[in-house]
Design a protein around this ligand. Sequence first.
Ligand SMILES: [Zn+2]
Ligand SMILES: [Zn+2]
Length: 353
Amino acid sequence: MTQMNAAMFYAPMDVRFERIEIPKPGPGELLVKIGAATTCGTDIKTYERGHPTIIKKTPSTFGHEFSGEVVELGAGVTSFAVGDRVCTCNAVPCGECFYCKKGHRNLCEDLLILNGAYAEYIVIPARMVKTNVYKIPDHMTYAEAAVSEPLGTAVHAIRRARIEPGDMVAVLGSGPLGLMLARLAVLRGARVVLSGEITEERRRVALDFGVQEFVDIREVSDVAARVDHVRGLSDGKRGVDVAIEAAGFPSAWEEAMQLIRAAGTVVFHGGCKAGTTVSVDTHSMHYKEHTLIGVYHQDPDDYKRSVNLLASRLVDGRKFITETVPLSQVIKSFERVRRFEGIKFAIDPSKME
Ligand SMILES: [Zn+2]
Ligand SMILES: [Zn+2]
């Protein structure tokens, strides 16, 4: 067997399923048979409009959240064995550049990015094998291990948020990341209000995660009414201690800034379109000592914590998986997520139909 099934990105809205060569692991690398790849908002954006850093040339394999079984070792690999079940973060820092040395490995100037999870096999590069690959315990499904990558970014955001036990936290955005951030805030001891499109499935998962209050933006479409409502839930209606934005719209960034109390913090997790701006109330910023924090990506330490949280099921990764589907359903799954029909889909690349 030398060929495998893979989803190939040719251009926005043009993904084809093809037979391509199974890659060979070079020195220090691992060949992994993918057990599950999970759909992600980034992949959906890539499918719809392309991606400057993820897709460098076309046609290209794509998909970036996965876990699987080691089936072949590159020369010199001793830390893993054939048959190991593993997961990895799809981006790994160099450890040598200006930002890596400053302790901001998430902002590495030479980030190595791995693509190609929507395929039967993938080669994990040596730098990743050294830093960012973990064996997963037997009880863990491949699908729940695959969500370790997005959860790592939520871990990074929560570490920056400095939530104290008993704090009130508002999370804006009810997609997978909003739900992950909400769960991590609950684990920090916060009372969490989740604001977003609250579908039945999302509500169920969030309730299981310990979220106590909801604002369905489809029902309360007026921003001022939403702000009043959330502030009304807080101590003395002063505003929440921490607001975390996970929707990726400038309007949501501005809404988040209106929710916090004096000396409160906003964490911006959702990336907006390049070139967009928001306006900041200078009066609040000065007289209320607001703290605004941008967060991006994760470092290897965040990723390790993410794997531990999933392995212990303190964050139950199974809850993000709406359904497991064969490889040919990748695009259909994106469309279903867009219609709020699911949280994440697990793609099983070993099945074509
Ligand atoms: Zn992702
Ligand atoms: Zn670096």
